[in-house]
Design a protein around this ligand. Structure first.
Ligand code: PLP
Length: 449
């Protein structure tokens, strides 16, 4: 028995894995990882895999990054954790100051949690509570766009719209309004703005009709990641901000997946020059090291909660590991790397390279779309290129790509029929070429019959 097999057996005997039909593991082995360095992961038999999905979209500067390691080690020797209610610490203060400088002007108040779903819950509760505190308790509903994803807890699921995650729990969820999302799928980029304009009419109509009962609109800016890396242009965000202002409805941007450079700017909202009322950040915030999330908001929101204790207006939400010092130290090291290495500029060249090597895949008879925003590229497999008819999900074409890629030393983990790369920013040109080769082969194998 190989070392991998021994670990696999112990794993299956005692674990229940996230986002997994465990029966799949009868035929599709779980891969035990012994160590990581840069973009590479290594299993217990010494095989290496290029982490093309940044370990679930979190790792941006590689595994075992020395600068992040050093910062966490130093923090470990002084303070591993302290309660953030009534107490504070240096890393969380410095991080809040720096995030305030890096995000759109006016988001000066940082409320921390330890994962993305919790950040979404906070933004939803805070928005509802804001209206409650200003004497508008009837503004209690949320409006969003279809195909969104905001996490797995019940509030976050309620504002999400990816059926495989939400459908089973429908009867437990909040009654949320949804309008058709802008979606550039299958369209040349020149047509994205016109398509988004058409879709925005639904948003405008819903705001006009429901604004009196709406607390906030929540969207993932530019890329609906879990919804299959569907993309739309920044113009939509500008129209949304303007309409939310006009109808007196708050705006929540969930940049949990797209924040920290993924779309080509440090934050996606910069591309629309828009400031949301709540900005949710997590995932890459610690470079993929430790769980941390934050909701950043405005003076206006903060002030609506600021009062004498007896007024009972305070936001009494908390999580045990809120603002953990080790996680904040990792986040500070991550921000240092952005600053010192001119990452955004370097990514532009890498994104161009990614565009060049994936462009030929457009010609494949079972590719309906190749789309890219910054350091995310998605290749969507379809049964029929002319009509964009999808493959039936039961055929599990994406799993075939996954299997092939693993056999070739690349971790590609398609979302249904959508093969995507969301690599760590430290990926090298040669490694991009290797991914293109593995993707082309995987596509061939997955669409053969
Ligand atoms: C991953 C994700 C979340 C949820 O974050 P978790 O840390 O997994 O709870 C929320 N919103 C978006 C856009 C995400 O991609």
């Amino acid at each position: 028995m190989s070392n991998n097999d021994a670990w696999m057996q112990r794993d299956i005997a005692s674990l229940w894995h996230p986002c997994t039909q465990m029966k799949d593991h009868e035929t599709l082995p779980v891969t035990p990882i012994r160590r990581g360095r840069g973009v590479w992961l290594e299993d217990f038999d010494g095989r290496q895999y290029l982490d093309a999905i940044s370990s679930w979209w979190v790792n941006i500067f590689g595994h075992a990054n020395e600068r992040i390691n050093d910062r966490i080690r130093a923090q470990l020797d002084s303070l591993e954790h302290v309660i953030l209610s009534g107490f504070t610490h240096q890393p969380v203060i410095e991080l809040s100051e720096r995030l305030g400088q890096l995000t759109p002007v006016g988001l000066g108040h940082c409320f921390y949690a330890d994962n993305g779903s919790a950040a979404v819950e906070i933004a939803l509760k805070m928005s509802y509570h804001y209206w409650y505190n200003v004497g508008r308790p009837e503004k209690r509903r949320f409006l969003t766009i279809t195909n969104g994803y905001h996490g797995e807890t019940l509030g976050a699921l309620s504002v999400g719209d990816v059926a495989i995650f939400t459908e089973t729990y429908r009867s437990l969820l909040l009654d949320v309004l949804k309008v058709p999302a802008p979606d550039g799928f299958g369209l040349p980029r020149e047509q994205w703005v016109a398509e988004a304009r058409e879709k925005f009419a639904h948003m405008e109509a819903a705001l006009e009709r429901h604004h009196h009962e709406l607390a906030a609109v929540i969207v993932e800016p530019l890329i609906q990641c879990a919804g299959g890396m569907r993309m739309y242009p920044p113009e939509y965000l500008g129209w949304l901000r303007e309409a939310c202002d006009r109808y007196n409805v708050q705006l929540i941007f969930d940049e949990i997946a797209v924040g920290f450079g993924r779309t080509g700017t440090l934050f996606a909202c910069e591309q629309a020059s828009v400031r949301p009322d709540y900005l949710c950040l997590s995932k890459a915030i610690t470079g993929g090291y430790l769980p941390l999330s934050v909701v950043m908001t405005t003076d206006e929101v903060y002030d609506a909660f600021y009062d004498d204790y007896a007024s009972l207006r305070a936001f009494l939400h908390s999580h045990s590991y809120t603002g953990n010092p080790l996680a904040c130290a990792a986040a500070l090291a991550t921000l240092d790397i952005f600053e010192q290495d001119n990452v955004i500029k370097a990514n532009r060249e890498k994104a161009d390279h990614i565009e060049q090597v994936t462009a030929p895949l457009r010609e494949h008879p079972h590719v309906g779309d190749v789309r890219q925003t910054g350091m995310v590229v998605a290749i969507e497999m379809v049964r029929d290129r002319a009509t964009l008819e999808p493959y039936d999900f039961r055929e599990r074409r994406g799993v075939r790509v996954f299997r092939h890629a693993m056999s070739r030393g690349a971790m590609l983990r398609p979302l249904g029929n959508v093969i995507y790369w969301m690599p760590p920013y430290v990926i090298e040109p040669g490694e991009i070429d290797f991914l293109a080769e593995v993707t082309r082969e995987g596509l061939e194998i997955a669409t053969r019959d």
